[in-house]
Design a protein around this ligand. Structure first.
Ligand SMILES: Nc1ncnc2c1ncn2[C@@H]1O[C@H](COP(=O)(O)OP(=O)(O)OP(=O)(O)O)[C@@H](O)[C@H]1O
Length: 280
């Protein structure tokens, strides 16, 4: 894939003309649809997804037609103003919520064709989750927290595999501790080890560094970077932080429920400038 680094003060992102100030579902131009590959299915395909939340206060169109190909081994940050649909996109992409229309296809498997049991199985086997709340089980040791996803899929975790992922996140010596005995950054690294153990095709990360200081944030972001560079895994990460987003190959900007633009290999400064253009 050719990467271009736009030089500010040129426009940092190519904005889609219908993205702002309109509530019509907008067909995205091909340039904003990721990188369709003629021979390999993308790790994750969002195909024209919309999401409308209905409540007593009325309907909210959180996503208004998003088509995007996340290629295998890519690391994509999703950014956008508050309320632009980032969390909704992640929830739909990970099968935690259903789009109102459109399809989500993971490794060639359409999620809408699966019942709850099959969806849960696919999620456990092919997706890894790293969220701001670490969601570790407090009564289990670090070792058992990391081994849990394998146990849930009925596999017997091999000690060497658990120790191997703990070593990757630099916590081999903490295997017998409980989460409450670790710092926030260490807990997040346990959460990453737990996501790594099943070797998922796609990692979904929602503000993974939101609660961390800059040193531990860097460690966590580098671990996700390594997952793509060494193992060809795919990362989709929602973040508000331009420094975190700069670890990605590409930043995808959402605005008002549509893809408003993208920026490849941007520096934190370029990403921040693009964000403020979007919020203007
Ligand atoms: N369960 C829900 N019921 C009704 N409306 C919702 C629900 N969840 C989200 N929304 C609305 O959908 C829109 C998109 O929300 P979403 O949480 O996806 O945005 P976001 O970009 O992740 O925002 P933030 O950066 O503030 O977390 C917002 O207008 C929000 O109010």
């Amino acid at each position: 894939m050719t990467r271009t680094v736009p030089q500010h003060p040129q426009p940092a992102i190519a904005q889609h003309p219908t993205a702002a100030g309109t509530h019509r579902p907008a067909a995205q131009p091909p340039g904003l649809q990721g990188d369709p590959h003629p021979h390999h299915p993308p790790a994750l395909l969002l195909d024209g997804i919309t999401k409308t939340y209905k409540s007593k206060a009325g309907a909210v169109d959180a996503l208004r037609g998003v088509t995007y190909h996340f290629q295998r081994g890519s690391y994509t940050a999703v950014m956008g103003p508050s309320g632009s649909g980032k969390s909704t996109l992640l929830q739909c992409a990970a099968g935690l919520d259903k789009p109102s229309t459109g399809a989500v296809v993971l490794n060639g498997i359409p999620l809408h064709g699966l019942n709850e049991v099959a969806l849960t199985k696919l999620r456990r086997e092919q997706m890894g989750f790293v969220f701001q709340a670490y969601n570790l089980l407090p009564s289990l040791t670090v070792y058992d927290n990391v081994a849990l996803p394998l146990r849930l899929t009925g596999k017997r975790p091999r000690r060497t595999d658990v120790h191997d992922v703990l070593r990757q996140v630099g916590l081999e010596d903490k295997a017998k501790r409980r989460p409450a005995e670790l710092s926030g950054g260490q807990q997040q690294r346990v959460a990453i080890a737990r996501a790594l153990i099943t070797q998922p095709a796609v990692f979904f990360a929602d503000e993974p560094t939101g609660a961390l200081d800059s040193t531990t944030s860097r460690q966590v972001l580098e671990l996700l970077r390594t997952a793509t560079d060494r193992s060809g895994q795919t990362v989709v990460m929602v973040t508000h932080d331009p420094v975190a987003a700069a670890y990605a190959d590409r930043v995808l900007f959402l605005s008002d429920g549509v893809v408003a633009g993208s920026l490849d290999r941007g520096t934190p400064q370029q990403i921040a400038a693009a964000m403020s253009d979007l919020e203007r």
